[in-house]
Ligand binder design. Structure first.
Ligand SMILES: [Zn+2]
Length: 272
């Protein structure tokens, strides 16, 4: 599943091809995503110029003068920039053809992604309005904030970190990685997290995500960087997906457990 680093990598990949370009055609081949692609999308977008391409959580926001296109990649979506006449692959559901004759092409085999249009403030959209702070560039995501939430909740620290209302963009992979870096067992009750551990966790989340973005996202599944180069962060994951392999820190075997129905990886010696 594309996580925040993949979405941010996609944003950076597509931005230079879209900003200040007008849309000359919108081709919807299959509108049946998680929610239907609005049938008036071609009417809304043709002839309009893209102003900015930003990101909120795992949503990409393509802003026009009169509204914003929200794109979510779901479980298996990916975006590419290709010449508009590029041969179609299965599951190529949507093309935004730009004046440069390149197009933004959405491919999504499992169709859990979404393409939605709003003419209002996108931050107030029902899907975005209750999202927690951005982990990387919102100062609200700080140790005091996390510590206070930890005290109030009754769940594991890993589940708390994966809650989009607490902080956005920390999916299963990066929750495992950040907790390993912090030395905190993922199943620990959030109310038992100390202030200094909250500090470590915040720091680790930021560094794990920043590193992944820098390296172009993981290649775990279905991800093609928009410029065609695959990402390569997968080899550098410290615990995620490494069950029974030696911990890079202590040599102990990496363990796995189901937490909140998700496979969770940790080192039982390094994480308490
Ligand atoms: Zn270890």
């Amino acid at each position: 599943m594309p996580e925040l680093p993949e979405v941010e990598t996609s944003r950076r990949g597509i931005e230079p091809w879209l900003v200040n370009q007008s849309v000359v055609d919108v081709i919807v081949r299959n509108p049946r995503l998680r929610w239907p692609i609005p049938s008036d999308l071609p009417m809304q977008l043709v002839g309009e110029v893209v102003r900015t391409v930003s990101r909120r959580g795992k949503y990409l926001l393509i802003e026009f003068e009169h509204g914003t296109l929200l794109i979510h990649l779901g479980m298996s979506g990916n975006l590419r920039i290709v010449p508009a006449n590029t041969e179609l692959k299965p599951h190529d559901h949507l093309d935004l053809v730009m004046e440069s004759s390149r197009c933004l092409r959405l491919n999504d085999p499992r169709r859990f992604g979404a393409v939605l249009w709003t003419e209002n403030d996108p931050g107030q959209h029902p899907l975005l309005v209750s999202l927690g702070p951005e982990p990387l560039d919102n100062p609200q995501f700080n140790p005091e904030y996390l510590y206070e939430l930890c005290q109030r909740r009754r769940c594991s620290i890993k589940q708390l970190l994966m809650d989009n209302q607490v902080v956005v963009g920390v999916g299963n992979i990066y929750a495992c990685e950040a907790l390993f870096e912090s030395g905190v067992y993922p199943g620990r009750s959030s109310s038992k997290i100390t202030k200094s551990e909250a500090t470590l966790i915040v720091k680790s989340i930021k560094s794990v995500l920043a590193r992944a973005i820098e390296q172009g996202g993981t290649t775990l599944k279905d991800f093609n960087a928009p410029d065609g180069k695959p990402g390569y962060f997968a080899q550098e994951l410290l615990v995620y997906g490494r069950a029974d392999q030696p911990c890079y820190q202590c040599g102990n075997e990496v363990s796995t457990v189901r937490l909140g129905q998700r496979n969770t990886y940790f080192c039982s010696k390094c994480q308490v």
